[in-house]
Write a protein that binds this ligand. Structure first.
Ligand SMILES: Cc1cc2nc3c(=O)[nH]c(=O)nc-3n(C[C@H](O)[C@H](O)[C@H](O)COP(=O)(O)OP(=O)(O)OC[C@H]3O[C@@H](n4cnc5c(N)ncnc54)[C@H](O)[C@@H]3O)c2cc1C
Length: 462
C-alpha cells in the first residue's frame, strides 16, 4: 500500500510563491503542523526574502521589521527550502509546479499602484507611492526611479499610513534618516532635498482618515517639521459612532491645530481634508506645477457609510510633485484565475476558484493577494494559518491525489536548466551579513544592496 500523504515516508509537498509575511506565516504553520509532515519550498522573485517588510515598511520603523525573526526560524527548519531570484510566470509555470507539488499557495501580494485616474497622472514628478517607497527602501525594481527632490512643494494624495510614511520620510533630516536602513541612493538625494512643504490631502474628513494614531502622532515629533492642521476642518465633537482609533486621531489633530508654529523648523507638513484631486497640471516641459482639487462634503449613503460628495467648488494649489498613495492592486499571474473587478486572485476563503465558483484543486492564496491590500503585518499570522487549515482539510478529505512525485531536487534541476541563478536561504544570510556590516559604517541597522546583479555576484564571491 502506498504511504499516506503527509507522513515521513511521503510528506505533503507544498510550493509557496512569494516570501512576504503571508508566505512565511503559511510556511511556519505548515512546518509546525502536528499531524502531518509537510515539505515547503518557497519561490521568491527577488534574491531577498520578506516582501514588504523589507521594501514597504518604513526604514525608520525598525521595530516592526523584527517580525523577520519568526520567518528566520521557519527558514531554519529542515523541511524548508528557499529559492530566491525565481519568479513564477517567468522562470516557473503552473504546470512545472503541478508536476512537482501536491499543493501550490500563492502569496504574491499586491504589487501594482492604484491609479488616480485623473488627467495629468503621467506628468514628470507625478509619482505613485509604490515607486517612491520602493525607491527609498531599495527595491531593485525602483532603484533608478527618477525621484526629483529639487522641488519645494509636494502634495501627497491619500489618508492612510502609506501617505503618512511618505510625508514623514520626506520631512526627516539626513541625521534622522542616516540611522535607518533607508537605501543609500535615497539618503544621498534626501540629504540634498529642497522640499519645504508636504501637504496630505484626504477626500473624506478627519474622522474618516485611515491612518492609525501611532503613525499620526509621529508626524508631530519630527525634528525639522512643523505640523499644520486647520482647526476649521476639525469637527467640534467626536462623531457618536467613532471608534477608539478615530477618537485618538481627532484628539491628536486638535492638539496639532493648537500648536504654535516653530519658525526654526524649515519644513511643514500640512493635513487637509475633504478634497479630491481632479487634475494634475504640468508646465511646458511636462513637469508637475499644480494640482486641481475639488472640495467635498460628507453624506451618508444607503448602507450608512460616510462618503464624500463634490460641492462644485474647485481650488488649484501650486505644487511641483504629486505622490498618490491611494492603495495597491494585484496583477494577474499566468494560469491563476483573477478577479478583475477586485484586482486580486479569485478565491473563496483562500481556495482559488474559477469565475463560476468551481474550486481549482490544489491551488490556494494567502495575504494581500487573497484579500486585497488591507491590514497590518500582525494579521497575516492568523489569516495564513486559516488558509493552511483549509489545505490540510483538503488533504485529510482525500482531495490530494495520491501520485508519486519526482525527487525534491527536481525543481532545482529545472531552474538550473532554465538558467536561473537561484539564491538559497544560506546565500541570503551572506547578503544579510554584508548589508549589516555596510550599515554599521553609518550607524544604521543595514545598508541594502539594491541591484540584483550585484547581489548575485556578491553571493557567488562570498
Ligand atoms: C508602504 C507600506 C508600508 C507598510 N508599513 C507597515 C507597517 O509599518 N506595519 C505593518 O504592520 N504593516 C505595514 N504594511 C503592510 C504589510 O507590509 C502587508 O500587510 C504585508 O507585507 C502583506 O504581506 P504579503 O505577504 O501578502 O505581501 P508582500 O509583503 O507584498 O509579499 C509578496 C512577495 O511575493 C513576491 N512575489 C510577487 N510576485 C511574485 C512572483 N510572480 N514570483 C515569485 N515571487 C513573487 C514579492 O517579491 C514579495 O516578496 C505596509 C505596507 C506598505 C505597502
Amino acid at each position: 500500500m502506498a504511504p499516506r500523504i503527509g507522513t515521513p515516508e511521503r510528506p505533503l509537498r507544498v510550493a509557496i510563491i512569494g516570501s512576504g509575511p503571508a508566505g512565511f506565516f503559511a510556511a511556519d504553520a505548515l512546518l509546525k503542523h502536528e499531524e502531518h509532515v509537510v515539505e515547503v519550498d518557497v519561490f521568491e522573485r527577488l534574491p531577498t526574502p520578506y516582501g514588504l517588510v523589507r521594501s514597504g515598511v518604513a526604514p525608520d520603523h525598525q521595530r516592526v521589521k523584527s517580525v523577520t525573526r519568526v520567518y528566520e526560524r521557519a527558514a531554519g527548519h529542515e523541511r524548508f527550502r528557499f529559492y530566491g531570484n525565481a519568479e513564477y510566470g517567468r522562470d516557473l509555470r503552473l504546470a512545472d509546479l503541478r508536476a512537482r507539488y501536491d499543493q501550490v499557495l500563492f502569496a504574491t501580494g499586491n504589487e501594482g499602484d492604484r491609479r488616480l485616474g485623473i488627467p495629468g497622472e503621467g506628468a514628470w514628478r507625478a509619482v505613485p507611492s509604490g515607486v517612491l517607497v520602493g525607491w527609498y527602501n531599495g527595491h531593485p525594481d525602483f532603484k533608478d526611479a527618477p525621484i526629483d527632490l529639487s522641488v519645494e512643494r509636494v502634495a501627497v494624495i491619500g489618508n492612510g499610513n502609506v501617505a503618512v510614511d511618505v510625508a514623514r520620510i520626506l520631512a526627516k533630516t539626513p541625521e534622522e534618516l542616516a540611522r535607518t536602513d533607508i537605501a543609500g541612493h535615497a539618503l544621498e538625494r534626501l540629504e540634498r532635498s529642497r522640499v519645504r512643504e508636504i501637504t496630505l490631502y484626504g477626500r473624506r474628513g478627519p474622522a474618516q482618515a485611515a491612518f492609525t494614531p501611532v503613525e499620526l502622532r509621529e508626524l508631530g515629533e519630527l525634528e525639522a517639521a512643523n505640523i499644520d492642521v486647520d482647526p476649521a476642518e476639525l469637527p467640534d465633537a467626536d462623531p457618536e459612532d467613532a471608534d477608539a482609533a478615530t477618537r485618538r486621531n481627532l484628539e491628536l489633530l486638535r492638539a496639532f491645530a493648537a500648536r504654535p508654529r516653530d519658525p526654526s523648523r524649515p519644513r511643514t507638513i500640512r493635513l487637509r481634508f475633504l478634497r479630491s484631486p481632479v487634475r494634475i497640471l504640468s508646465d511646458e516641459r511636462g513637469r508637475v506645477c499644480g494640482l486641481e482639487l475639488q472640495r467635498n462634503e460628507l453624506v451618508r449613503d444607503e448602507t450608512g457609510r460616510v462618503r464624500p460628495r463634490p460641492t462644485g467648488e474647485v481650488e488649484t494649489v501650486e505644487v511641483e510633485m504629486v505622490v498618490s498613495a491611494i492603495g495597491f492592486v494585484g496583477t494577474p499571474l499566468p494560469g491563476v484565475p483573477f478577479d478583475e473587478e477586485r484586482k486580486r486572485i479569485r478565491n473563496v476563503e483562500g481556495r482559488i476558484v474559477e469565475a463560476d465558483g468551481t474550486v481549482v484543486p490544489g491551488l490556494y492564496v494567502a495575504g494581500w493577494a487573497r484579500t486585497g491590500a488591507q491590514g497590518l503585518l500582525g494579521a497575516h499570522k492568523k489569516a495564513s494559518a486559516e488558509v493552511v487549515a483549509r489545505m490540510i482539510e483538503d488533504l485529510a478529505a482525500g482531495r490530494v491525489p495520491d501520485r508519486p512525485l519526482p525527487p525534491r531536487e527536481a525543481v532545482e534541476e529545472l531552474l538550473r536548466q532554465r538558467g536561473v541563478d537561484v539564491v538559497t536561504f544560506d546565500d541570503w544570510r551572506v547578503l544579510d551579513e554584508i548589508e549589516r556590516q555596510r550599515g554599521a559604517r553609518r550607524g544604521a541597522p543595514r545598508d541594502k544592496l539594491t541591484d540584483v546583479d550585484e547581489m548575485l555576484a556578491t553571493v557567488r564571491e562570498g
